[in-house]
Design a protein. Sequence first.
Length: 172
Amino acid sequence: MRNLKQSKSPKPEAGSPITGSASQSEAGSPEPEAVVLADRLHSAAIHLLRRVRKQDVATGEGPARLSALSVLVFGGPKTLKDLAAAEQVKPPTMSRIVAGLARSRLILIEHDPEDARRRVIHATAKGTQILQRGRERRIAYLAQHLDRLTPLELAHLGNAVEILARLLNGWD
């Protein structure tokens, strides 16, 4: 294992868009240190996701379809309206995504037993398998890069992940 250099991000100046003005540090606003850390975390999360997402090319499905399929695999069956809301898109956009997933036989669309006008979308075994294999590829790719860290760095990263998990658990 080799030790990676710790990169330092330039510190934003007071009053910059990242730290805000002095009036933002009043009660109810985040501390400047929290804002700087949030900015760094946001950037790192985006870069990390972009890198591991490159592994998704092997599935043959695009990011929008994989994201919608993920909601169904990990969140269970949904109506089109609920799936669109979960993906933060309008129902017509989700209709096109769902049609593509159905053509690929990654989902099954059934009538809702409680309301015949409504349809419920389920992931198929094929859809679940594609998503699980994609997840395995992402994790393996990330693990290869984490293997470069020292045991101490891995422990620190593990602690940070636990802290983030706790934070996300209380997120609304």
